[in-house]
Design a protein around this ligand. Structure first.
Ligand code: ZN
Length: 368
């Protein structure tokens, strides 16, 4: 299953619709004509159109049923889907468009993608650019990038002096005035972003991403760079899906590992590892522990679906996830292509002779 964090999503502003663009009347007929326009002489073709429309509607319903049954074991997703379908009906979408929106939503159900889908749907319906932009812009929130913090006002980025210095969209795209290239709040894993939307009378947070590696642990030269690049890709993908991952621990020396091993055995505390010095991939710069950087006070270690999605993304990037082990270690990912999780201990001799780079050379994963 890939449906995570679907509660983080943007709903369109039905109340902002502009009757001049035909949203009230809609254009529901499958053949592209409004059936109410049909003259009496075109009665038979109207009936045919109705029949086709019904057939297509029933196919759409079947598809929607399929999607719903696939989502059935994720109550959050179903709720979000209901809200999506419910809110989009205010645009008089055709059944085809609804199903397309649901399909898109399934593929990447994060806040920004949902907003993108809705924005695109609005465009498909012939909304003018201003209306489309207001649909795709966060109403409020904050952005911190490169150490500067901006407040968000209807898609505009406002600096501390109250000047508008750029724009931000619900799809995570940032455009600073005077810069040719846009930036992404997902690609910059240390960007802090909170996007808020006015929903009725309430302001709701639809995306909340915190810096993933503010202490630059991934920059530790004792970590293998091929590995850390993959970890960054994992974090970026998770951010695209609305999940805020944070690097907790990385490299450990043999001595630090032995100290950790003693914990709960010969030293106070709970047992936290079964690996002695040299037996953990952390000791070779090939493992890190990530956790969810939730709001302060929130349970960052909850047994929710996000962990398994994190494991899937890690596997997609060639990493081994600790969440599948007999004693699950859900924050832990490690990288040892061609070797098993238990092969770490066999690297100690190489490490003692040739250091970290000797181990990486032996494994064929290059040098830092
Ligand atoms: Zn670990």
């Amino acid at each position: 299953m890939r449906y995570n964090d679907v509660s983080l999503r943007v709903l369109p502003h039905c109340e902002a619709r502009d009757p001049d663009y035909g949203w009230e009347d809609g254009h529901m007929a499958v053949d592209g004509t409004n059936s109410s326009d049909s003259s009496s002489s075109a009665q038979s073709s109207s009936s045919l159109s109705d029949a086709l429309s019904q057939e297509q509607t029933s196919a759409s319903r079947t598809r929607e049923q399929e999607i719903r049954s696939e989502l059935a074991n994720n109550p959050q997703a179903v709720q979000a889907l209901d809200r999506l379908a419910g809110n989009l009906s205010c645009y008089n979408m055709t059944e085809e468009q609804k199903v397309q929106a649901l399909n898109d939503f399934m593929t990447a159900p994060n806040a920004a993608t949902a907003a993108y889908v809705e924005g695109r749907v609005a465009q498909d319906l012939g909304v003018n650019l201003a209306a489309s932009h207001s649909l795709m812009s966060p109403d409020a929130g904050t952005l911190t990038m490169d150490g500067q913090t901006y407040s968000i006002d209807q898609g505009s980025l406002v600096n501390a002096d109250g000047q508008v210095v750029g724009t931000i969209s619900n799809n995570g795209t940032v455009q600073f005035n005077g810069e040719e290239q846009t930036r992404s709040v997902y690609g910059d894993i240390n960007a802090r972003v909170e996007l808020r939307e006015q929903l009725g009378v309430n302001m709701q947070t639809v995306l909340d991403l915190r810096p993933a590696d503010s202490r630059n642990r991934l920059g530790d030269p004792n970590l293998n760079q091929d590995f850390t690049n993959r970890v960054k890709d994992v974090i970026e993908q998770a951010r695209r899906e609305g999940m805020s991952l944070r690097v907790d621990t990385g490299f450990r020396t043999f001595a630090e590992q032995n100290q950790l091993y003693a914990q709960g055995r010969t030293a106070p505390g709970n047992v936290v590892t079964n690996a002695r010095g040299g037996q953990s991939w952390h000791n070779y710069g090939l493992a890190v522990d990530l956790s969810f950087g939730n709001r302060p006070g929130a349970d960052a270690w909850a047994a929710n679906n996000n962990w398994s999605r994190y494991g899937e993304i890690a596997a997609d990037n060639g990493l081994t996830w600790g969440g599948n082990w007999r004693s699950p270690d859900r924050p832990h990912v490690e990288y040892h292509p061609g070797f098993g999780a238990g092969d770490a201990g066999g690297m100690a001799g190489t490490h003692n002779r040739d250091g970290l780079e000797g181990v990486w050379d032996r494994m064929g994963i290059g040098q830092r």
